[in-house]
Design a protein around this ligand. Structure first.
Ligand SMILES: NC(=O)CCC(=O)C(=O)O
Length: 261
């Protein structure tokens, strides 16, 4: 199946949801004008890592985000991978993904599973513990968020349900961009899947963020790489490449799960 995916690499205004929400429709519209089937946003795009003010700025029950993404998905007839936003649910804060289909219906949502201590997530957020799976044009896909990619066992777990595309919204600092690219390539190779990763650019009071959003094919090649500026770029993947990779080298069949822990 051919799927055209737009990567919306944004700068994010620290702790300013109104400014950040205003960036979403122009990017969805641009993706639709480029005939994309799907547009993907970065991590925590509503507030950035303004964790000390989450009680003021986090999206309560994700309502504002869901309302906007649902209406834009329907208006532009496009699947929206909403990257992630800071949410508050029952007085607890999360880093949450929402994905909407072109009919405006929620396909799935996901709370980041591995909290990133270097950016203090563990002090302010609660971790999710659920997998997320959805279909895009009949192809199985799953998402993780940023630091989650350092846990290959988690992406393998998600891939065991026949996922062919792994989505990765991120706020990944510039200093570790070489690791970002290698980790994404490795996750694509070992899971014989496409990896679609969208990082933010710009800076907050603590970090500069390096962009380099990209798409990796099941061989680990970077078939699309952005630079470190805000931009939207599209690329068409052919998920037959995942069949070819799995047919050529049956990694999933050769697993020995009884030996692993
Ligand atoms: N927002 C994040 O999870 C950042 C993860 C990161 O920078 C890393 O090196 O891992």
């Amino acid at each position: 199946m051919k799927i055209t995916i737009a990567l919306a690499q944004l700068d994010i205004k620290f702790g300013d949801p109104d400014a950040n929400f205003s960036q979403i429709e122009p990017n969805v519209q641009k993706a639709a004008e480029q005939d994309a089937d799907m547009v993907v946003f970065p991590e925590m795009w509503n507030t950035g890592y303004d964790l000390t003010r989450l009680d003021e700025v986090a999206d309560v029950d994700g309502e504002r985000t869901q309302k906007l993404l649902a209406s834009l998905a329907k208006k532009y007839q496009i699947t929206i991978h909403g990257g992630s936003v800071s949410t508050s649910k029952n007085d607890t804060f999360y880093n949450t993904t929402y994905i909407f289909g072109p009919d405006g219906k929620l396909l799935t949502s996901y709370d980041k599973v591995h909290l990133f201590g270097l950016m203090h997530e563990d002090e302010y957020l609660a971790a999710g513990c659920e997998e997320d799976h959805f279909q895009i044009k009949g192809v199985s896909a799953a998402s993780v968020i940023c630091y989650d990619i350092r846990f290959p066992e988690w992406l393998r777990t998600l891939s065991l349900d026949d996922s062919r595309i792994l989505f990765v919204p991120a706020e990944w600092p510039t200093s570790r961009i070489p690791q970002w690219r290698r980790l994404l390539a490795a996750r694509a190779i070992e899971n014989q899947s496409f990896v679609v990763a969208v990082n933010r650019v710009g800076s907050d009071p603590d970090n500069a963020f390096g962009g380099h959003s990209g798409i990796y094919n099941p061989m680990g090649d970077e078939v699309l790489t952005l630079d470190d500026q805000p931009q939207l770029k599209t690329f068409t993947i052919d998920t037959k490449e995942t069949d070819d990779a799995r047919g050529f080298m049956p990694v999933f069949e050769d697993r020995r799960p009884e030996l692993y822990r």
